[in-house]
Write a protein that binds this ligand. Structure first.
Ligand SMILES: Nc1ncnc2c1ncn2[C@@H]1O[C@H](COP(=O)(O)OP(=O)(O)OP(=O)(O)O)[C@@H](O)[C@H]1O
Ligand SMILES: Cc1ncc(COP(=O)(O)O)c(N)n1
Length: 259
């Protein structure tokens, strides 16, 4: 049986809603084979992140070597990367092994407000990882940090995408999940601008929506689907996973993945 291989490079979420766990569930739902390089272990649940343990860079390098020398992935996604040393180690490994179909979800802060990327890691992200990416998927807050401008509406999203894509060859997806009026996402490259429209679903349980979207995009790319269709299909996948209305935990609960 011929199956596509997907790699997630991200943090572990003990509650299974975001991070590595959400990524692997999404990969399985797309019928691709999931592998992981764990950057950090978090103790978290639906109410928030209690603590974070960052893995030593050497351990991260060894995980990457183990995966790439035996089962090179057809696509890769990155999530929580914690610090500049980890980002540099990962970028170096991806370059050396010619990792392709890279989707970078520039995770900075959990929705519960816990920092998942140190402040001094921003330039490593922009200078080392972004140039390798086919797609990057910032949310509104991350797009504000990356573009240096405030985002309050869809026009601001376009301005931010323009600014961010100045330094990129690939595509930018600015996720609109935190907009007040709707959940439209913007897919932007130097030559094209497309809106992925969606009504806001009235469900507080949206923990891991960003991780799920980027993993679904990477799965579709591995399956040989082009960027635009990969992003549209991924948006539909997340939308229906939110719509399922799973209600677990006391806080902001996870999504239901369809197998
Ligand atoms: N209530 C909602 N209704 C419909 N779509 C949503 C809702 N919340 C988020 N989305 C969609 O989920 C995807 C992830 O968007 P979001 O802006 O929440 O990213 P994020 O903040 O990185 O996610 P996370 O909450 O996992 O950190 C986007 O496609 C967004 O439009
Ligand atoms: C390990 C890990 N990775 C990513 C997120 C972001 O997800 P969210 O914004 O839904 O908290 C998280 N909370 N934990």
């Amino acid at each position: 049986m011929n199956i596509k291989k997907l790699l997630t490079i991200a943090g572990s979420d003990s509650s299974g809603g975001a991070g590595i766990q959400a990524d692997i569930k999404t990969f399985s739902a797309h019928k691709v084979y999931g592998m992981s390089v764990i950057t950090a272990v978090t103790a978290q649940n639906t109410t928030g992140v209690k603590s974070v343990y960052e893995l030593p860079v050497e351990m991260i390098r060894n995980q990457m070597e183990s995966v790439f020398t035996d089962m090179p992935p057809d696509a890769i996604k990155t999530g929580m990367l914690s610090n500049p040393e980890i980002i540099e180690c990962i970028s170096e490994g991806l370059l050396r092994h010619k990792g392709s179909n890279l989707v970078v979800d520039p995770v900075m802060v959990s929705t519960s407000g816990h920092r998942l990327l140190s402040e001094d890691a921003l330039s490593a992200l922009k200078d080392h990882l972004f140039p390798l990416a086919r797609v990057i998927t910032p949310n509104i807050y991350e797009a504000e940090i990356l573009s240096g401008g405030k985002i309050s509406n869809k026009k601001d999203m376009v301005d931010a995408a323009m600014e961010i894509s100045n330094k990129l060859d690939g595509w930018v997806v600015i996720k609109g999940g935190h907009l007040k009026e709707c959940c439209d996402d913007l897919l932007y490259s130097k030559d094209e601008k497309l809106w992925l429209k969606a009504r806001k679903i009235n469900n507080k349980n949206t923990h891991g929506t960003g991780c799920t979207l980027s993993s679904a995009i990477a799965s579709n790319l591995a399956l040989g689907i082009g960027v635009k269709k990969s992003v549209f299909k991924a948006k539909r996948y997340v939308n229906s996973a939110i719509r399922e209305g799973l209600d677990l935990g006391e806080g902001r609960g996870p999504l239901l993945h369809h197998f």
